[in-house]
Design a protein around this ligand. Structure first.
Ligand code: FES
Length: 270
């Protein structure tokens, strides 16, 4: 289904604007309050422009009926939203605690010198944007390098620079686990906007280091302790689902009470 573009101040051509509008309308329809779709809509904009452009900000604001300043406030808060054109590949070196001590800092320094760019800078050929990234919950494979959020485990300065060279040459590279190949930043952004590319189940993404604890626990018959019951010593304490817990909260706000009722895309909670 093709959605009607809203009146726009953007400079998108008609075809691009129509496609963006159709996709943004689908995103907004996922939420009781359409403005909750802003985060995936910013990824959608990046899938077209390669970053959160001036036109992308205006587009999101016009679709959601909010101001460009409100969109910018969100876009500048999260590091995954880029304020200048991103490279085809974001090469993110984890320099969080475990990866750092296992060599992440050395990998970043080597890559930075090899590519001639610093954090959040892009090579002249537009191929690679280099980043320091925080923990990717892959500490069992430290030090880890991410290419457009695909895992490259147990890296060294030498393997990471070889990987970067291959990316710049346009060679096919295969992540260590998960997907079988690396897509472009724009393609990845479309997936993050919630439009599947059908590749999420290419590989389970787990391996021996991740499963080692589970294997040892099974060998030794270890199990998790039961969840504690509410303590009679703490009469005010409740557990999820019990009367008085957050799950028992009465809906009172417009967002609670107007869910699905007479709300159109772009219409904020009144
Ligand atoms: S510290 Fe690097 S993945 Fe956790």
């Amino acid at each position: 289904m093709t959605a009607e573009p809203v009146q726009t101040r953007t400079r998108y051509d008609g075809e691009t604007l129509a496609a963006l509008t159709t996709d943004a309308t689908a995103i907004m329809a996922r939420y009781p309050d359409p403005r909750s779709g802003l985060l995936p809509m910013l990824h959608l904009v990046q899938s077209v422009d390669g970053y959160v452009s001036r036109d992308g900000i205006l587009f999101c604001a016009e679709m959601l009926g909010i101001t460009a300043a409100e969109v910018s406030a969100v876009a500048t808060f999260y590091t995954q939203y880029k304020r200048h054109p991103n490279g085809t590949y974001t090469v993110g070196v984890c320099t969080n605690t475990l990866c750092a001590v296992m060599g992440g800092d050395a990998i970043f320094d080597e890559l930075s010198e090899h590519l001639g760019v610093g954090h959040d800078e892009t090579t002249d050929d537009g191929a690679i944007t280099l980043e320091r990234v925080e923990c990717n919950a892959a500490c069992d494979y430290a030090p880890v390098v991410m290419v457009n959020w695909e895992f490259f485990d147990n890296q060294t300065p030498e393997t990471a620079t070889a990987l970067a060279d291959e990316l710049r040459l346009g060679a096919d590279v295969a992540p260590t686990r998960g997907a079988t190949s690396v897509c472009s930043f724009k393609q990845m952004s479309r997936v993050l906007a919630g439009f599947s590319d059908g590749r999420a189940d290419e590989d389970a993404g787990t391996g021996e280091p991740t499963l080692a604890g589970l294997r040892i626990a099974r060998e030794r018959g270890w199990t998790a302790p039961d969840a504690p019951s509410p303590s009679p010593d703490k009469p005010g304490e409740t557990i999820t689902g019990e009367p008085g817990s957050s799950a028992d909260r009465k809906p009172t706000t417009p967002s609670d009470t107007q869910v699905g009722k007479d709300k159109k895309p772009g219409e904020d909670a009144k």
